[in-house]
Design a protein around this ligand. Structure first.
Ligand SMILES: [Zn+2]
Length: 263
C-alpha cells in the first residue's frame, strides 16, 4: 500500500521517513513496514503472515501505477491522492479540481465484471465520475512510430477489458507504468483463417472443409486511438444517461470520466 496511518493521519510512503514509525495499515490497523528503495516504488508492507484484504492483488506494477497516476494528475493541477477510502471502498486514485470529483481505478488482476460494476455503482451513487484503466505489461510505444496505415497489435483481451470497453464508449484506456503515457485502445475483431483440409470418405467421396476466415474468440486487433502523455493528462466528465445492458454485463447510469490531454 502507498498510504499508512500515522497518529491518526494519512501518510504517503513516498514522503515518509523511518523515524515516523509506527505506521499502521488503515484497513486492519496492524503495524506495517516502510519500504523505500531506488528500484521499487516506496510503499508500506504487511508482515507476510497477516491476512488483510488490502494486500490482495497488490503487485509492484499496481503500486507503481497508482503512484504514477496520482503524481501525473497532481502535476496537471488536480488535488490527487492514491488509495483514498470512499465509503466502504478504496479508490486507487481520487482527484478533485474546481468542484469536480473523480476516481481512477487501475485494474490488472482478473476480476469478475460484476465486481467492477458493483464498485462503479458505489462511486456513481456518491456523485463521482469514474474512469477504469486496464494495467498492461505490453509495450504499446510501437503505436507512436509514424505510419501511413495503422498497424494493429494482436491482443488477448481479458473479460474486464471487454467491460471497460463498453463502459468507456468503445475505448479501453491501457496503462503500463513503465511507459510515459496512457494508450486509448480500440479493439476490433481479429480474423483468423481456417486452413483447407481435404479427405476421402469410405465410399470414395471427396470432402473438404475450411478455407475461410472467422473471428477469433481469443484475440482482438488492438489499435491506438490516442496516446496520452502522462505530463498533460486530464480528466473530463461524462455521463451515461440510461442504464445499459450488453451481453450479460450492465453499466450504471451516471457519471464517468474520460482520460484526455490538455489542449
Ligand atoms: Zn492491513
Amino acid at each position: 500500500m502507498l498510504v499508512a496511518t500515522v497518529q491518526g493521519s494519512r501518510l504517503q510512503a513516498a514522503k515518509a521517513s523511518k523515524s515516523q514509525a509506527p505506521f499502521l495499515c488503515p484497513n486492519c490497523q496492524e503495524t506495517v513496514i516502510l519500504r523505500q528503495g531506488t528500484v521499487r516504488v516506496a510503499h508500506f508492507a504487511h508482515r507476510s503472515t497477516i491476512a488483510c484484504a488490502w494486500t490482495v492483488g497488490e503487485s509492484q506494477a499496481h503500486l507503481q501505477a497508482k503512484q504514477a497516476m496520482a503524481d501525473a494528475l497532481r502535476n496537471s493541477g488536480y488535488d490527487a491522492e492514491p488509495e483514498v477510502p470512499l465509503g466502504a471502498q478504496r479508490a486507487d486514485v481520487y482527484a478533485e479540481r474546481d468542484g469536480e470529483r473523480f476516481v481512477v481505478e487501475l485494474q490488472h488482476t482478473p476480476i469478475d465484471p460484476r465486481e467492477i460494476e458493483r464498485r462503479t455503482r458505489g462511486y456513481v451513487d456518491m456523485g463521482l465520475h469514474v474512469a477504469w484503466v486496464s494495467l498492461v505489461d505490453i509495450d504499446y510505444r510501437c503505436f507512436l512510430r509514424p505510419s501511413d496505415i495503422p498497424i494493429p497489435m494482436r491482443y488477448s483481451p481479458r473479460p474486464f477489458e471487454r467491460w471497460i470497453e463498453v463502459f468507456s464508449f468503445g475505448q479501453v484506456p491501457m496503462f503500463n507504468p513503465l511507459l510515459g503515457g496512457v494508450l486509448c485502445g480500440k479493439l476490433r475483431a481479429y480474423r483468423t483463417s481456417v486452413p483447407v483440409s481435404e479427405w476421402t470418405e469410405r465410399g470414395g467421396a471427396q470432402r473438404s472443409a475450411g478455407g475461410y476466415e472467422k473471428s477469433s474468440r481469443r484475440y482482438a486487433d488492438l489499435f491506438c486511438e490516442a496516446y496520452l502523455p502522462l505530463e498533460c493528462l486530464q480528466l473530463e466528465r461524462s455521463w451515461r444517461s440510461v442504464e445499459l445492458r450488453v451481453g450479460g454485463m450492465s453499466f450504471p447510469r451516471g457519471g464517468l470520466a474520460k482520460l484526455t490531454v490538455r489542449r
